[in-house]
Design a protein around this ligand. Structure first.
Ligand code: SAM
Length: 281
């Protein structure tokens, strides 16, 4: 895993990555790759490391600290690298970082981006289940009297190595406006056209609100489905498998696999993949 992050797609990698990489590789008309919900980039960075015809990359996550981290990895890594190597996790920092990273965006944007980036990496490594600011406390608890302590997932050399790899992968591409955006997904989907492939991984329907600073309500899930209906891009969407989402995309199920869209269940994983009408299977 590149960065401990809730909903990172490690369980789905072997299903999604070969599908997307083949689709992109076999299709000379796909010239840009877009992820409106980048998170830890577990799909994007694994897809983009393979050979393809992609020229432009459009990446985004509304969580400002996360976009700040990816921009720093890309454009100002030396400074961040030293901070990672020098850093030692502590319970005091966990709560301090949580306080800073949950400030309103306008206030957070006044902080030094490299220092936000370090806080973002560290809080995910120090927290239960990688939940970051959404975790109640650090690994090992406030008193640090468990078998696992707050530093058990802090391996600075390894973290630096992973970020260097990501940087090398992204350097091959033209990143749109040299920015990994922190916008609302709607503004990002607008940038996609018929030559774009999009992978979309919005917050889960059932647990999403407890997992991310930026969550989705029912209306937002609905809006996403409407926007995707209109999009010219080729796309794949992943979700937790639940009735609400199946209903939202039930037009997909009605005509089965020959339909314009379809839903495929990955057995035992309780996740669904939804494909755009113009992605041939
Ligand atoms: C399921 S996670 C993505 C996980 C990602 N695929 C990975 O590999 O780590 C969903 C992401 O959507 C982001 N998000 C939530 N609301 C958003 C919005 N309105 N626009 C863009 N991103 C949003 C969250 O910050 C979160 O990182």
């Amino acid at each position: 895993m590149l960065l401990r992050y809730p909903g990172g797609k490690s369980r789905l990698l072997s299903n999604i990555i070969p599908y997307i990489t083949d689709l992109i590789k076999d299709n000379e008309n796909i010239l840009s790759y877009c992820e409106p919900f980048l998170g830890s980039g577990s799909i994007a960075f694994n897809v983009l490391k393979k050979d393809n015809y992609i020229k432009k990359v459009i990446l985004n996550d509304k969580d400002y600290a996360l976009s700040c981290l990816w921009n720093t990895v890309l454009f100002n890594f030396e400074e961040l690298e030293q901070k990672i190597l020098d850093y030692k996790p502590s319970v005091v920092d966990f709560f301090h970082f949580k306080e800073v990273l949950t400030r309103r965006d306008e206030v957070l944007r006044e902080e030094d981006p490299v220092s936000i980036s370090l806080k973002k990496i560290a809080i995910h490594q120090m927290s239960y289940s990688g939940l970051g600011v959404m975790a109640g406390g650090p690994i090992g608890g406030k008193k640090q009297n468990s078998n696992y302590n707050i530093s058990c997932r802090w391996n600075p050399e390894n973290i630096v190595k992973k970020f260097k790899k990501i940087r090398l992968i992204l350097c091959k591409y033209d990143i749109l406006e040299n920015n990994i955006y922190s916008l609302d997904y709607k503004e990002i989907i607008e940038k996609a056209n018929k030559h774009t492939f999009m992978y979309l991984d919005p917050p889960y329907y059932i647990k999403g609100k407890d997992m991310y600073m930026c969550g989705f309500d029912d209306n937002e899930h609905y809006l996403l489905s409407q926007i995707l209906k209109e999009s010219e891009a080729k796309w794949i969407l992943s979700y937790d498998d639940c009735d609400y989402i199946r209903n939202l995309y039930k037009w997909a199920n009605m005509e089965g696999f020959r339909a314009k869209y379809y839903i495929k269940t990955i057995r035992n994983k309780k996740e669904i993949l939804i494909f755009s009408p113009n992605t041939s299977q």
